[in-house]
Design a protein. Sequence first.
Lengths: 61, 805
Amino acid sequence: MSVILVLIGFSTFVALMFLGAYLWSVKTGQYKDNYTPSVRILFDSEVVKKKEKNKSNDGRN
Amino acid sequence: MLVEDYKIVSQNLICYHCGEECPDDNIRIGDKLFCCNGCKTVYELLEANDLCNYYSIDSNPGVNKKNEIKKNFDFLDDPELKEKLIDFTDGKISTVTFSVPQMHCSSCIWILENLYKMDEGIIHSEADFLKKSVSVKYNEEKTSLKNVVLLLDSIGYEPDLNLAEKELEKSEMLNKKLWYKIGVAGFAAGNIMLFSFPEYLASSSVSLDEIRPIFKYLNILFALPVLFYSASDYFVSAYKGLKKKIVNVDVPISLGIGVLFLRSLYEIFTHTGAGYLDSMTALVFFLIVGKMFQNKTYAAMNFERNYKSYFPIAVTIVKNNKETTKPVEKLKTGERIVIKNGELIPADSILINGKAYIDYSFVTGESNPVEKINGDMIYAGGRQTGGAIEVETIKDVSQSYLTQLWNNKVFKKDDESKIDAFVNVVSKYFTFVIISIAVVAALYWLPKSTTFAFNALTSVLIIACPCALALSTPFTLGSTLRIFGKNNFYIKSTHVIEKLAEITSIVFDKTGTITETGNAEIKYEGESLTEYENQLVKSLVRNSSHPLSKNIFNLFKSDTVLEVKNYKEIPGEGIYAYIDGNKVQIGSRLFVTDNSDKEKSNLSTKVYLSINNKLKGFFAINNSYRKKLKEVISYLKNYYKLSILSGDNDSERERLAEYFPENTKMYFKQTPFDKLAYIEKLKNNNEKVLMIGDGLNDAGALKISNVGISIAENINNFSPACDGILDSKSFGKLNSFIKFSKTSKNIVIISFVISFFYNVIGLSFAVRGILSPVISAILMPLSSISVVVFTTLTTNLIAKKRRLL
């Protein structure tokens, strides 16, 4: 039965890790604004496109 | 014909920057049209910085710059003010958070996060769309706070600089704590349920019995943080309530949680059972989820305001012919200040120089600007319209007429409303009934067995824990709050809904509340004018900066402008000039006709016109009422006592009578103090008052009423201190909102009945002393979940049926 004890210890440890991760995510403000990031993530691709354009312009010059 | 052609074309002229209709196609860059030079400037600025992506994310995303008033931000160089506005600085790098109410689309977020491309001193900027704020990190050596604000202003996002906004951070901290508590409680509840699983299976095997004690001790370990951290609010609140001799709903909850824990400890350490720790942690978890649901806030809105948030934070002072800026708090009496067009007068003053047309709609509700001549007294809170004026202050900001309203005692009273919350009224009786049942059951068993008596006593207290009772209110009212929010009616807290359901009397403000602001209806009555005469009138009023002249100017479509000679404006009377050889006069009846039997009433809302000394007719200026006023009133008049308080004169009494029932009390020329006193009087007559107002003049009345709702044309702009903000577009739904708040209360009552039903079942086990952990583990979550499902479903279904969703 001692193997169960080991497993319980291990599972509790994993569970505590998740709790810690959750508390950390709250602390770093990941629940503060749950709308803007969803918009922001779409911008990045736009910016990349623009940079490429700039590069090609540079190439012509 | 020409005019008609022009109209058709103009429908297709859309400003590339802000999307508004352009008057003509004169302002353009290539094929891009702009409605005004302001919009064009913004476009040029963005193009120069290679930021035209702004226009590709959302079409016509810009903020209209037409009515922009040039502002002076020099006061931002004042170190003391700067310190108050900045979040953090180490001398080199500073962070500052601005509230930017103009933020409305994805393009706004994009441009606000790309500020660094326009000013190399800006290191980083991050927008928060829901809060409509942007936080900027910048290098003090390369740029300054003033430059950052100027940049934001130049692209159309003028920050709302305000010293009275620090509460938001507080609520954010509380919110974060609640997230922590949910996490801890959920974590513990889940794990304890797993460890308790062997207990649920009645079968016992030798191998399982070996590890059962370990599971139990682990459970205690997990339950400790739940008891002492997650559930701490309930104990604190119950303690505070009892100290004030109030039995609130947290008292039976704390009692339940406490007994659950102690009985579990006793069972585990005496090896008589497994305890109820699974029920306890799950219960706390549910309760906090309910709290979270109730705590929805409209972060971008500020419901608590004081006079400081209305006034500019700095004023322009003239001293020895030099203009300097100074924080408004340091303004002293006897100083000369310059008030520009659209600026608010911060302190009671005397006019020294310039043409003053003071718009007091903010303070008195009087919709037409008042003309003042040199030496006249101007009260704080008025807004100058027209050119710049110079005034000398005669009172401190804090001593002025308007700010005294805030010194009134109502603004110092704490909100004690929570005590009368319905759930707390019920819980008072509930607690006494439960304690008596527990005692009776214990006394019944005591002669037979002490253990049994102890079991029955604790079981009753455990199972009767009013978890469902505590959850029904947050979930029902939380859903209602959300439904109202979707309909542009924003409420400070769920508590307001309960109070809204109980009102007996409704008081309306007139100007801006039942009339539409900035939408005065101007009608010309009298001899019909020829096209040529139209041109004469339009050419005349063109020269005047009086707001009424502007209204008349907009009435005529004619384009031709005739040459105006000998133009004269006589303050308080009217204007005249010779145009094309014709004498044209516009003004009061006396001024226009030299007739001494002047009509006293309606003077302020009628402007007479004469051409070549012949009276032609008059312009009647009427406020237009909100569109659905008739429907709203015809419903409300059946259930509530209605009153109207207006700062205006009584010229509209008859028109109002068409909309309101006969017994409506109407009071005109009411000062802010009169309004406050009227509401107080109603309250003393045991009326529950709903006050609906809009301006600063209603601030006192809104605050003292049981429920104060402020109507706003733009919900992100300021509105006075209130319990709720109603978007003027949703005014027609006002009756639905009040009706729905009553429905919500009924739903809460029904769910109370359901939870009592569960309690009866639970108690039937408990009084017999046979409540096993399994029954408790099933019954308690079941009652909570079924109540939550019932309230959420019915609230949403009824909202859908009433077309509120």
